[in-house]
Design a protein around this ligand. Structure first.
Ligand code: NAI
Ligand code: MG
Length: 321
């Protein structure tokens, strides 16, 4: 059976690293069909839409999406919404899985992807002198993200850490904490503990080896996973998966569009290639995913996107199990 993959390079270095990842996938000679689609700030500037209906339709008709990055402006641009946030919502890709693997660190951050402080509910009051964001936590979203984390922990080393700030955010984090610990109690084979977010950041920096799977809310997970990525070799090696209960899943490097180096051909393509490896795992090609992962980790980035990608592809032969 052929799997259809929608490829969305997006903005900036997305357009440089995603072709490298597609080349690596093609080198594996699997029954994969690629269809290219547009999204991002460049797409918005050209046609007035950051995520055209044709792109959503292409995603809906595929088994997986390989996504580069979008360059979102820091200030509000009328009519613009980050396509990655819209895609996560549209396909209910509620779990963001971010592995971090390096010297002394081998963990997975499972980040809730649909609510929390990224609820999209922000407003100004007092004529602009006060800004308010609503942090939305639901039992349903907390339970389902906890379930994903428990299942991941079962496949890994059997340890789960629930990260929150329930001592201060008594209602929102309180609800998340209760829901997550309750779900985890249904997995008696797991060793479960909990940490406050600030303590979790400290322990991550001091002793990353104590962590296996971390489950947490949207903003905390965003920050902790970047910290873990930084410790595990930097954004050049940080890959992520966005999954839900449906067929579709989306895979993307953790890094953004890197406008400071875009267009130079120097971006490290390995985070995108490692995202492609997660995509292979998801489609059931675990052996090929592992081969690609080994090849990417065994290859240093030369400073030239194309050369590094070719070296990874060359290393595929040696990475055969
Ligand atoms: P960034 O990840 O784009 O860049 C941070 C720093 O890391 C830059 O110095 C960049 O040159 C470097 N870098 C990132 N990826 C690299 C790679 N593959 N190889 C070599 N160097 C790399 O984050 P930044 O600068 O905070 O954001 C830039 C834009 O990207 C913003 O518009 C932001 O909104 C967007 N962004 C989009 C994401 C997404 O599409 N999921 C995620 C993060 C940021
Ligand atoms: Mg981030």
């Amino acid at each position: 059976m052929t799997h259809t993959i929608t490829v969305i390079p997006g903005d900036g270095i997305g357009a440089e690293v995603i072709p490298a990842a597609v080349a690596a996938l093609e080198a594996l000679d699997l029954p994969l069909a690629f269809q290219h689609a547009e999204a991002g700030f460049g797409t918005f500037e050209r046609g007035g839409e950051a995520l055209p209906a044709a792109t959503i339709a292409a995603c809906a008709a595929s088994d997986a999406v390989l996504f580069g990055a979008t360059g979102s402006p820091m200030t509000r641009v009328p009519g613009y919404r980050s396509p990655i946030l819209v895609l996560r919502r549209r396909f209910d890709l509620y779990a963001n899985l971010r592995p971090a693997l390096g010297v002394g660190i081998d963990l997975l951050v499972v980040r809730e992807n649909t609510e929390g402080l990224y609820s999209g509910r922000e407003r100004l009051e007092d004529g602009g002198a006060t800004a308010i964001a609503e942090r939305v936590i639901t039992a349903r979203a907390s339970e389902r993200i906890a379930r994903i984390a428990c299942e991941a922990a079962q496949r890994r080393r059997g340890r789960l850490t629930v990260v929150h700030k329930a001592n201060v955010l008594k209602e929102t984090c309180g609800l998340f904490r209760r829901a997550a610990l309750e779900v985890a109690a249904g997995y008696p084979d797991l060793a479960v503990d909990e940490l406050l977010i600030d303590a979790a950041a400290m322990w991550l920096a001091r002793d990353p080896g104590r962590f296996d799977v971390i489950v947490t809310t949207n903003l905390f997970g965003d920050i902790l996973s970047d910290l873990a990525a930084g410790m595990a070799g930097g954004l050049g090696l940080a890959a992520s998966a966005n999954v839900g209960d449906g067929r579709l899943a989306l895979f993307e490097p953790v890094h953004g569009s890197a406008p400071d180096i875009a267009g130079q051909g120097t971006a490290d393509p390995r985070a995108a290639i490692l995202s492609a490896a997660l995509l292979l795992d998801h489609l059931g090609y675990a052996a090929e995913g592992e081969r690609l992962r080994r090849a990417a980790y065994a290859t240093p980035h030369t400073g030239d996107t194309g050369a590094t990608a070719r070296a990874v592809i060359a290393a595929l032969g040696e990475a055969a199990p």
